[in-house]
Design a protein around this ligand. Structure first.
Ligand SMILES: C[S@@+](CC[C@H](N)C(=O)[O-])C[C@H]1O[C@@H](n2cnc3c(N)ncnc32)[C@H](O)[C@@H]1O
Length: 240
């Protein structure tokens, strides 16, 4: 993993995952010093290396002079989701039905964290996983927002509905709009994949379908942008 925010988030929320920390030679400024202090408190030694070595280790030039090697995060599944629902009074969930671009997944996780979403549900297959790029784009949210990877999304949707969660699916062509929907109670907002939108079974499993009204000539929004708009309309209603 690499980049200031991603590294900071792991050091703060899951320091036990850090195996190695590498710093670009000469990088000792006020942005990295607090991170080095946290690392030191956890007994993690910072090693120095030239920019070229970090580029190679990160397989990217976007590391901002700091990278960590980590143990893989625990994969959360259907059972963990049940536990979350047991523990949460008014769940606020995000479903991403097959988002495959790591930049989009990272941006969606960032939006989800900012909106106070309790968990993000994705199908195990045909979705982006938690890669270093996802973590970098998520700016720390990949470590704070629980990501549930489920084997059968349609079944999981049914299950959360049985537990009282209302699912609002999103589609540009839906007749009712986001702004007409009541998003106040136990809620999951379902977003579709970049190319195809929501799959048929997912779409049919939703309690309602809503659209974001579009004024211009493009047919749809980027999924992470649409996610941000929908989540923050829900936040607006839930705070009111
Ligand atoms: C790039 S769009 C997919 C477009 C796809 N061709 C379709 O027909 O759904 C990716 C996802 O972003 C969301 N989205 C994008 N624009 C939207 C809009 N105007 N209203 C509601 N959701 C939208 C939906 O969840 C959609 O499945």
């Amino acid at each position: 993993m690499f980049g200031i925010h991603a590294v900071e988030s792991v050091l703060k929320h899951a320091p036990e995952r850090v195996l190695e920390l590498w710093l670009m030679t000469g990088r000792q400024d006020e942005r990295v010093l607090p991170l080095l202090e946290i690392a030191q408190n956890w007994g993690i030694k910072a090693q120095q290396a030239a920019r070229k070595t970090l580029d190679e280790k990160a397989e990217s030039t976007q590391h901002q002079g700091i990278i960590i090697r980590v143990r893989p995060a625990k994969v959360l599944t259907e059972n963990d989701l049940e536990a979350l629902l047991d523990a949460t009074e008014t769940p606020f969930l995000l479903i991403l039905d097959g988002v495959t671009d790591p930049h989009n997944l990272g941006a969606c996780l960032r939006n989800a964290d900012a909106a106070g979403v309790h968990g993000v549900i994705v199908p195990k297959d045909n979705s982006a996983g938690l890669t270093p790029t996802v973590s970098k784009v998520a700016c720390g949210a990949a470590e704070t927002v629980p990501l549930f990877q489920v084997t059968n999304l349609a079944r999981t949707m049914k299950r959360i509905q049985e537990r009282g969660v209302w699912i609002a699916g999103t589609a540009g062509e839906a007749d009712s709009t986001l702004y007409e929907a009541n998003l106040k109670g136990p809620l999951a907002i379902a977003m579709g994949a970049e190319g195809k939108g929501l799959r048929r079974l997912s779409r049919e499993g939703c309690d309602t379908l809503i659209s974001i009204p579009m004024a211009g000539s493009v047919s749809s929004l980027n999924v992470s942008v649409a996610t941000g708009i929908c989540l923050f309309e829900a936040v607006r209603q839930r705070l009111g």
